[in-house]
Design a binder for this molecule. Structure first.
Ligand code: SF4
Length: 371
């Protein structure tokens, strides 16, 4: 067999692994499930409506939080006709407090789709076409309601499979997702899709949990590569690619006699609650000759009466998701202005160290002996 690409090679190896470990993994998991399964109102039913509602509620919501919402939702909209006949406002009201309101709007739109189609779809491909239903939810409904052989892959499944098989493939890339989906599908025991899917999810939620998994009492410990290699916390692997954006900050150390103007950051942004000198932010690089005539800068600073000194520029400061690029000015004024546009706090130079400033600002103050 010729394998043209690395991608195919990995998929092939995973599939061989899956077949070899089928007994060890899947059947031990099913045995564990018989002993440890969670009793939940949406478990002992094949009603696709009930299963669908529970799966949508449980996206981004823990079972303890979603449980009462599920009961309330089912009491208010006991079947798909009731949900389709309701107004969107009524559905949102019932969802109030659960967050991610697009889930409720999608449920409502999909209920109308189902009524239009004449009933709940019974094929995976058709279930997948419902608004707000992705691969995971479609597989859950198809297997739990109709016993169809579709494997679920959610956060629990990624964790359990990556640890047990020691899979280094990142779970947040297209290729990684494809590998895990292929492995999960291979592992599905014939005729037991519903129980197996429930089992692997419960196992991830109760036994192979993100922090401190219960390896000491785990039925899979003998074959678990992460445990063997003492790397349990190293799985699943995520790609390190972070989206880092650049921000251009121009700080102005405004001095009137012995006092300096500082400002508390109030917005929901970096450094909320900390103090800083007067700040002008620009969307791109802005040279001093352009900045000091820009309308963003208050007129009393642009005025010839203000003594402006460009102290430094292009200072880079790295945060997790942002690179800050900072220019720093000193502005000496004769009188305290009252039109900053935000409320200033006038602080004696010697008292600046009593205020909490970001590390970048402290570094600038220290560099120029400004406190
Ligand atoms: S041994 Fe630990 S890490 Fe491995 S499957 Fe069991 S609980 Fe998860």
């Amino acid at each position: 067999m010729l394998l043209g690409t690395l991608k195919e090679l990995i998929l092939y190896r995973l599939s061989v692994f899956a077949r070899m470990k089928d007994y060890n993994f899947a059947y031990k998991l099913l045995a564990w499930y018989q002993e440890n399964r969670r009793v939940l109102p949406w478990r002992d039913t094949h009603d696709p409506y009930m299963i669908w509602i529970s799966e949508i509620i449980l996206q981004q919501t823990r079972v303890v939080q979603g449980y009462d919402y599920f009961l309330r939702f089912m009491a208010r909209f006991p079947d798909v006709d009731a949900l389709a006949a309701a107004s969107e406002d009524e559905v949102l009201k019932c969802w109030q407090g659960l967050g991610y309101y697009s889930r409720a709007r999608n449920l409502h739109a999909a209920a109308r789709q189902i009524v239009e189609w004449g009933g709940f779809p019974e094929r995976y491909e058709n279930i997948r076409q419902l608004k707000g239903v992705g691969d995971y939810t479609a597989a859950a409904i198809a297997s739990f309601a109709f016993g169809l052989p579709h494997a679920v892959v959610d956060g629990n499944v990624y964790r359990v499979l990556s640890r047990y098989y020691g899979i280094e493939e990142p779970i947040d890339t297209g290729h990684g997702k494809k590998c895990f989906a292929a492995l999960a599908q291979e592992l599905l025991p014939e005729g037991k899709a519903a129980d197996y899917n429930q089992a692997v999810m419960d196992f991830g939620a109760l036994q192979c949990v993100p922090k401190n998994p219960k390896c000491g009492e785990c039925p899979l410990v003998g074959g678990c590569i992460a445990f063997r290699d003492k790397r349990v916390q190293g799985f699943p692997v995520k790609s390190r690619a972070l989206t880092v954006t650049e921000r251009y900050l121009h700080y102005m150390y405004i001095e009137v006699g012995e006092e300096i103007a500082v400002f508390r950051r109030e917005a929901n942004d970096i450094w909320k609650g900390l103090y800083e000198p007067f700040l002008v932010e620009t969307p791109t690089v802005c040279a001093p000759e352009d900045l000091l005539v820009d309308k963003k800068v208050p007129s009393f600073i642009r005025s010839d009466k203000a003594v402006k000194t460009y102290l430094c520029g292009g200072v880079r400061h790295q945060l997790t998701h942002r690179t800050l690029i900072c220019d720093f000015y000193k502005v000496e004024l004769e009188d305290k202005p009252d039109d900053f546009g935000r409320s200033a706090c006038w602080v004696k130079k010697g008292e600046l160290p009593n205020y909490a400033f970001p590390r970048l600002v402290v570094m600038l103050f220290e560099k120029f002996g400004l406190w």
